[in-house]
Write a protein that binds this ligand. Structure first.
Ligand SMILES: Nc1ncnc2c1ncn2[C@@H]1O[C@H](COP(=O)(O)OP(=O)(O)OP(=O)(O)O)[C@@H](O)[C@H]1O
Ligand SMILES: [Mg+2]
Length: 212
């Protein structure tokens, strides 16, 4: 089973949004996927509960309570939603559970600084240093043409980890979440710009570069 964890110690940067959309993407590809929510806030679990009957099923487990015991047998991809404010030992424990780590980042000075520190903290973990886990960053809630986006873009390029996608700020993410869906399950005329932006991220996840 492959474990893809979405994490950043910074709150509100889009971890649950990325995790739920990624799970919906794999479900649509008919890959046996499940979601594990390590956050007692339960955003990923709530989303999975709201999924319509006719959408491809995504089992979701309350990992913050019971770890990964309840992940169904036969799961090929486990998408893990991590809580904010994870550092030190707790961070180490979480990272032990994944080979691929996605770090979303918002275009704001506070988030850029916090994430730069977080990525440095990740890099120091034994598992990451030994290249047993691969990390990538994703710019999220982007508005093209803003100065702060240019600043974020430059900061992410300067990091030592791949910068694999730029996702725009869009109501589609809010709309999809509230219906238990991903943007890939919204109508094409609404969501095609978002589908295009996910292209490089999916490509990275499909490539050997995202695995140890
Ligand atoms: N690309 C986007 N466009 C518009 N809204 C977005 C986008 N990404 C995330 N959001 C919204 O931003 C808010 C925070 O996103 P989300 O809950 O995914 O972040 P998080 O990192 O999981 O937060 P927490 O640290 O609290 O777990 C949510 O209201 C979400 O709907
Ligand atoms: Mg969350």
């Amino acid at each position: 089973m492959r474990h893809i964890m979405v994490m950043n110690a910074k709150g509100g940067c889009g971890k649950s949004t990325l995790a739920t959309n990624l799970a919906s993407y794999y479900a649509l590809q008919e890959v046996p996927v499940a979601l594990a929510d390590f956050d007692p806030q339960q955003s990923a679990l709530d989303w999975a509960e709201d999924r319509p009957e006719d959408a491809p099923a995504i089992p979701a487990v309350a990992a913050f309570e019971e770890g990964l015991r309840a992940v169904p047998r036969g799961t090929e991809v486990l998408v893990i939603d991590a809580p904010a404010r994870t550092h030190g030992r707790e961070l180490n424990e979480l990272v032990r559970r994944a080979e691929t780590i996605l770090v979303p980042v918002l275009p704001s000075k506070i988030d850029i600084r916090a994430t730069t520190r977080f990525v440095a903290e990740l890099a120091e973990l034994g598992k990451v240093a030994r290249q047993q886990a691969r990390i990538a960053v994703v710019a999220n809630r982007i508005r093209e043409g803003t100065i702060i986006f240019d600043e974020l873009d430059a900061a992410l390029r300067a990091l030592d980890v791949p910068y694999v996608a730029t996702l725009r700020e869009a109501q589609n993410y809010i709309r999809a979440y509230s219906r238990g869906l991903g943007i890939f399950e919204l109508p094409e005329y609404l969501a095609w710009p978002d589908w295009e932006q996910w292209g490089p991220l999916i490509e990275w996840l499909d490539s050997p570069r995202s695995r140890p």
